[in-house]
Write a protein that binds this ligand. Structure first.
Ligand SMILES: [Zn+2]
Length: 208
């Protein structure tokens, strides 16, 4: 048994839970988050910590490199697509934030893999972003900048792919749902948001 988790659970029961017992027990009646966040599985990027949000406020979907596949209804099980479907059509969230990050292992695997390499589940999953990789490789980025550029470009691809789901496209058109692409830098904890009209990421200002 991982003792680190048991110790953490004990701290949670004595601290967080006791201080918020009433509001946490109300959550047993149901959830109504208005924001969905799609982030990477990376242990260093935890949306509820970064956005300082209590339970019940964020519907969090996590996968390798925060990718969104195109809408394909081929009868195969689809983890990310089903979570998105529930967030949008079940919970009626009004925002979806795709949260990418610096030093993403999934993006590194994408850039370092050979295009025809499909040996692992990560390779097969990251193939979603193969067109992004090819576009990045066609430009003259330095080795370091290439990773950042690819991390940010896959966020934009995820935003584009979200729009291939008809129930997302319809709600965005009706202005009932807004899509956001954000990028988190691990070194400085800075957050940048994609501005479609400028075609670039701009750092979000914060209070000191
Ligand atoms: Zn990652």
């Amino acid at each position: 048994m991982p003792q680190q988790l048991i110790a953490g659970y004990n701290r949670f029961r004595k601290g967080y839970f006791l201080q918020r017992r009433e509001e946490l027990s109300k959550l047993a009646h149901g959830q109504s988050p208005s924001i969905a966040v799609l982030s990477c599985c990376d242990s260093r990027v935890d949306p509820t910590i970064i956005f300082d949000t209590p339970p019940g406020k964020l519907f969090v979907i996590r996968n390798v490199a925060n990718l969104v596949p195109q809408c394909e209804n081929d009868g195969r099980p689809r983890g990310t697509s089903s979570a998105l479907e529930f967030a949008v059509t079940g919970l009626n969230v009004s925002h979806i934030v795709v949260l990418g990050h610096a030093h993403c292992g999934g993006i590194k695997a994408l850039l370092d893999r050979k295009s025809d390499d499909t040996n692992t589940f990560v390779d097969q999953w990251m193939a979603i972003a193969e067109p992004v990789k090819q576009n990045i490789l066609s430009k003259n980025y330095s080795a370091d900048d290439r990773y950042t550029a690819c991390e940010q470009a896959t966020i934009i691809q995820s935003l584009d792919n979200l729009m291939t789901f008809p129930w997302i496209e319809a709600r965005v058109t009706q202005k009932k749902l807004a899509l956001h692409g954000w990028y988190y830098d691990l070194h400085t904890a800075t957050l940048s948001c994609f501005e479609p009209e400028k075609g670039k990421f701009t750092q979000i200002t914060y209070d000191e």
